[in-house]
Design a binder for this molecule. Sequence first.
Ligand code: AMP
Length: 261
Amino acid sequence: MPLRTFETAAAWRTFRPQVVGTLGVVPTMGALHAGHVSLMERSLDDNDATLVTIFVNPTQFDNPNDLAGYPDRMVEDLEVLRNVGVPYLLTPTYDDLYADDFRYRVSEQAFSRELCGAHRPGHFDGVLTVVMKLLNIAQATRAYFGEKDFQQLTLVRGMTEAFFIPTEIVPCPTIRETDGLALSSRNFKLDAEDRARATAFPKALRESPTADEARAVLEAQGFRVDYVEDRGGRRFGAVYVGDVRLIDNMQLNASADNPLS
Ligand code: AMP
């Protein structure tokens, strides 16, 4: 089936009743890579149809330079979507999604203030608000989110439960490069030297006996560390490699359950 693109929420909502059977939605900010592709393939396997959304959501950026420098690869992204066989793409604009100019927002009062939320004020209000909008627009059976952004996944799942949103949230494992670096759109912004250095980040998270030791290892190697913390059997970290902020997390103990939700 050829890729069909919808540029407004209204255009998708008009078309939505024609989709027969189950629908999976994969929300993204574009600059697509193999991590995104793994979510799309899972959705294509699980459902009769799949909708990918590409929208760089300004309300979740606390740093205007980070937003302005976010990679824009729409030409390459369309090629990825065609190769993977995704039938539907939604590319809304800010004015379309935020006719209220962000006067209305979803906010969580506890876990969203920790880890990334402690270092990026308002970040998760932006994330939860745009995901709420996209889930309401998509009207999907299932929505696919990566464990790469584990705090986001946890908060999105909590939001759908709290607001009785009838879309199942499906977690998908983190896809990594062979040297261990988690795939991320932000990796496109690393120069060759910083890309080579970045491999030390997942290595330190994985190999250090404690979070404090991981932080010390990273600082000794010149990384600016936002946080390294252990929660609920997982280790979470965020560091700067040059100007580029990378996040990662991994399970510490295969038998630990997840009390974060
Ligand atoms: P983003 O475009 O960065 O907002 O990511 C869109 C979705 O892809 C989110 O659910 C992410 O968690 C997921 N994702 C990003 N990177 C990876 C990865 N390396 N492995 C698995 N999922 C990922």
